[in-house]
Structures are given as C-alpha cells and as structure tokens.
Design a protein around this ligand. Structure first.
Ligand code: ADP
Length: 247
C-alpha cells in the first residue's frame, strides 16, 4: 500500500460564476499510476492547473508530501521545486540541441549554465543521461539534434527531460495523441516504468491506451469525481456510460 502523496479535498474553482471544479476530492499515493478521463469540459486541465499552482481554488485544500504541506500559498515555480512536473500535450524540446544536451539541461540541481556543461561530463550526470535514454527508448538517438526526432520520440524526450528532474509527481497530458500504435505501446511501458518509483497522473482520451496502463482510473465530470476504480469498473458504471462513453 503506497502512502498518500497529494490530497485535494473540497476543491472548487469558478470562472465568471461557472464552477469548473466543484467540491473535488482526490488522492494519489507514492508510487502510483493513475489515469484521468472525462468528457471535454469535465475539468481535467483545470485540475492539473490547480495542482501546479497555475489556478488557485476558491475553496478547499491541496496537501502535499509526507508532512501534508499546503500548496495553496505557493508559486508555480515553488511547486515545481517541490517535485511536481507537468508535460503538456505538445512536445517542447530544444530542437537545435542534441538529445543528450536536452537531457543534460534538464538534470536536477544545476546551478547555472556552466554547471550544466560540467554536470553532463560528471560520472553521475552521464550515467543518469544514459539511464533516462534507455528508459525512453532514445539510446540510439543521443547524438541527434532533437529537431530530427519523430513526433513520438520528441514526446519521449520531453518525458525524459521531466524524469531528469526527478519529480515525485508527474502530470502527463494526452501522451498518446498523434502516436503510431507501436509508439503508444512503448509510451505505455515508459509510464508504467516511471510510476514504479513515483506518482504519475495521465490525462488521456484514448480508452484503449488507458486500458493498457492497467491502473486505477478517475472519471471527472462537471468538475467532480464521477467514478473511480479499475477501467472495467468505471466503464460499466451507467452514469459514466451516459456522460462519457455513450456520446
Ligand atoms: P477539460 O480539460 O476536461 O476539457 P477544462 O478544465 O479545460 O476541461 O475546463 C472545465 C470548464 O471550465 C469548461 O467548461 C471550460 O470552458 C471552463 N474554463 C476553463 N478555463 C477557463 C477560463 N480560464 N475561463 C473561463 N472558463 C474556463
């Protein structure tokens, strides 16, 4: 049984009087892999914005870590430093730099540009880059400019860059979008592997992809949790079928 890493309770957010998140409660353990699904407008993006501090709730609590500290008074950068990484849907990598340089720049704890250059030459830095490249299927591409990678490989590089920062919680938005079936399969393995030692939240529309993640699923609808459990459990829930799958 993993211990709770992040807990949202009674969280609400309104935009111009419209409740995008409505008394939402959510918990994730460390380590844990969790999929979040829900129709458009369910509040998935806002949910991630709350965790990363981009959007501040009107009500509720967001507690983090072993001591249950509140993330509410913290800036986005302070929250990132706590070990919360987020991958947006579109990959953003440094196209002119090699894969190795991209990973080196992302490694945890550099204190400035000279440190980055130096760090990748140190044993620990170099080993960590090899490890992450292996984990993200990029070992053979380490010396290639990132701009030459396929869409899927760029997504993996970005996941690798986030892993290089050694987050305790990784939020990943629709990682399988635009990928080939083989790339999806590899992405599944990567996320499952990443979630062996940390919490990983995957927001995804592709139900087949979610099924393959083989993890607990949280269904959001109208800013609240509609159902939670295995993919078979949630997809057999009549309310879920009505609001999401039946469309
Ligand atoms: P999802 O990611 O599940 O599609 P969102 O979190 O983007 O859902 O949006 C939830 C609801 O909140 C939607 O109805 C959306 O239109 C609304 N919303 C989100 N952000 C804003 C905003 N900045 N201003 C006004 N309404 C917003």
């Amino acid at each position: 049984m993993s211990k709770t890493l992040l807990e949202l309770s009674g969280v609400s957010v309104s935009f111009d009087g419209f409740k995008a998140i409505n008394s939402l409660s959510f918990q994730i353990g460390e380590p844990e892999l969790r999929a979040i699904i829900g129709p458009n407008g369910a509040g998935k993006t806002t949910f991630m914005d709350i965790i990363t501090g981009k959007t501040k709730p009107d009500e509720g609590h967001v507690l983090w870590g072993d001591k249950g500290i509140s993330l509410l008074g913290m800036s986005e950068s302070a929250i990132a430093r706590e070990g919360i990484g987020r991958k947006f849907q579109k990959p953003t990598v440094f196209e002119a730099q090699t894969v190795r340089e991209n990973l080196a720049m992302a490694l945890k704890n550099p204190r400035g540009p000279f440190d980055v250059l130096f760090y990748k030459k140190t044993k620990r830095g170099a080993e960590r880059i090899e490890e992450i490249a292996e984990q993200t299927g990029l070992t053979d591409s380490l010396t290639r400019p990132a701009g030459e990678l396929s869409h899927g490989q760029k997504q993996w590089l970005e996941i690798g860059m986030l892993l290089a920062q050694e987050p305790r919680l990784l939020l990943v938005d629709e990682p399988a979008a635009g990928m080939t079936p083989a790339e999806r399969e590899k992405t599944t393995e990567m996320l499952v592997e990443a979630a062996r030692t940390r919490a990983v939240v995957v927001v995804e529309h592709d139900m087949e992809f979610v099924r393959r993640l083989n993890c607990k699923v949280t269904v959001l609808n109208e800013g609240s949790v509609l159902a939670e459990g295995s993919i078979d459990h949630v997809t057999s829930n009549p309310q879920v079928i009505e609001v999401y799958l039946g469309r």
